[in-house]
Ligand binder design. Structure first.
Ligand code: IPD
Ligand code: CA
Ligand code: CA
Ligand code: CA
Length: 274
């Protein structure tokens, strides 16, 4: 559609600068937003290009962007939700796994999404009701039903952020059941890979709307299921995500719940040290 074209063109334009910067990461200016939460001038430049391109094409839409925050447009309830560079840590280490993520929100609902991975020229896109695609190919989530055959992606909280012990409990419960766990470092691509049937599922806590907006639509349009880890229905704004094909969603939710219950359970009587 015309809308997807706007998003694709904006992503391609911002990607040109990012690919150039990726070739000489040692020259970037890097600062910290938290103890290990980095941002560089490459993130900021990509965000500026995306804002300009999207604004030119749809002057009335608002924005929610990782580096510059929220701004209202003339058309109330319609805004772009943008992560100009998802996977900054990978990018700054020369690891070729990062993406641009653009979602379009209308009245609280994500209606279009683009996740572009420039290094391998993979353009993932979805429009509500029209399906999910990689370049021109239709996407479907995997059909695996057996946990023991499944590869599940996750995200580990950065230093100084999130509950590391809680994460390890979940990961331990998960690794007892599934074939393998991956931490690739770009949430938007984790979701795109679930949509493409590469990962059978994905869970992460502590995400922001720009990490999730486009990817969540990719998964649902590819026939998958996405919710919050605790069962809530708002994975874009709720801060946690569990995405999977529809066979595995409930079994994965149970594993994560059992990990949480295991941590809350009081120590058995007689266990206290005298
Ligand atoms: C991060 C990545 C990472 C996830 C973090 C995000 P950024 O985004 O998506 O995979 O684990 O929670 O903050 O900061 O590289 O855009
Ligand atoms: Ca960031
Ligand atoms: Ca991100
Ligand atoms: Ca980012």
């Amino acid at each position: 559609s015309a809308l997807i074209n706007v998003m694709v063109r904006a992503a391609e334009k911002a990607a040109k600068g990012l690919v150039r910067d990726f070739g000489e990461v040692e020259h970037l200016q890097v600062s910290r937003k938290g103890p290990s939460d980095f941002v560089s001038n490459a993130d900021l430049k990509a965000e500026r290009i995306l804002r300009e391109e999207l604004q030119k094409a749809r002057p009335d839409f608002g924005f929610l962007m990782e580096e510059s925050g929220a701004s209202k447009g003339a058309e109330a309830g319609t805004r772009w939700i943008v992560d100009p560079l998802d996977g900054t840590t990978n990018f700054l280490h020369g690891l070729p796994h990062w993406a641009i993520s653009i979602g379009l929100e209308k009245n609280g609902e994500i209606v279009a999404g683009v996740v572009y991975e420039p290094v391998h020229d993979q353009m993932f896109w979805a429009e509500k009701g029209a399906g999910a695609f990689l370049n021109h190919q239709r996407l479907r989530v995997s059909e695996r039903r057996n946990l023991a055959d499944s590869v599940i992606a996750t995200g580990i909280p950065f230093k100084g952020r999130g509950d590391h012990a809680g994460f390890l409990g979940e990961a331990e419960a998960m690794m007892k059941e599934v074939a393998g766990i991956r931490r690739f470092g770009a949430a938007s691509l984790d979701l795109a890979y679930v949509a493409a049937g590469r990962f059978d599922g994905y869970w992460e806590r502590g995400l922001s709307p720009w990490d999730a907006a486009a990817g969540v639509l990719l998964v649902t349009e590819a026939g998958g299921f996405v919710g919050e880890i605790g069962g809530g229905r708002n994975p874009v704004f709720g801060g946690s995500i569990l995405a999977a094909n529809s066979h595995l969603h409930l079994p994965l939710a149970k594993i994560l719940r059992s990990a949480a219950e295991g941590r809350k359970a009081p120590a058995p009587a007689g266990d206290a040290k005298a």
